[in-house]
Design a protein around this ligand. Structure first.
Ligand code: ZN
Length: 186
């Protein structure tokens, strides 16, 4: 989505009002207009990223640090049992969030927040396959990084095949296009 059409960018630019609880050069914290519970805050990078996986590391670290800090402030202010942190593209069904942000959701004895799932039944070999797939992906990213920093591209062959994606088994048809691989750092 373009920044011009992003409701969160409009809030950041002051075109839509919001209850701002925190603001600095990189990050804005506002009360969620459809709160899950009392004190539900969303922490937003001021620059438009459609997905948390696009946020460059320094901005991400700043966002995470401030998310925890504001969570602490919510605990001081409202005395919930806890404050949960959540990243999702779709907080409620069909309600896609166009801008990367982290939810801070205070929890109370009488709240109606409910994240539940039915635990999946997996056998040992399933767990092993998943474990290995993730480890292979990590190694693939590390190796790609190592290659890109140590190898100096001299002359690119004319018929250069596409640069190898890190985790060897990426399905080309799957939409990972919204994820900025370059910001992922191990
Ligand atoms: Zn935006």
């Amino acid at each position: 989505m373009d920044e011009e059409k992003c409701v969160f960018c409009m809030i950041i630019n002051g075109n839509i009002p919001a209850k701002k609880v925190y603001e600095d050069q990189l990050v804005l914290g506002i009360l969620d207009i459809n709160p899950a519970s009392k004190g539900h805050v969303i922490m937003i990078p001021k620059k438009h990223y459609g997905n948390i996986y696009e946020v460059p590391m320094n901005e991400f670290l700043q966002l995470c640090n401030l998310t925890r800090a504001i969570g602490y402030a919510i605990m001081l202010a409202l005395a919930p049992n806890n404050v949960e942190m959540l990243y999702t593209k779709e907080l409620t069904k069909g309600n896609i969030t166009p801008h990367a942000l982290i939810h801070l959701i205070p929890r109370y004895d009488d709240d109606t927040v409910n994240h539940v799932w039915q635990p999946q039944k997996l056998i040992e070999s399933d767990f092993t396959a998943i474990e290995n797939a993730i480890k292979d992906a990590i190694e693939g990213v590390k190796n790609a990084d190592a290659e890109s920093t140590t190898e100096k591209p001299i002359e690119k062959p004319v018929n250069e095949t596409k640069k190898p994606e890190a985790p060897g088994k990426i399905d080309e048809d799957k939409p990972i296009v919204n994820i900025n691989r370059k910001v992922v750092v191990f």
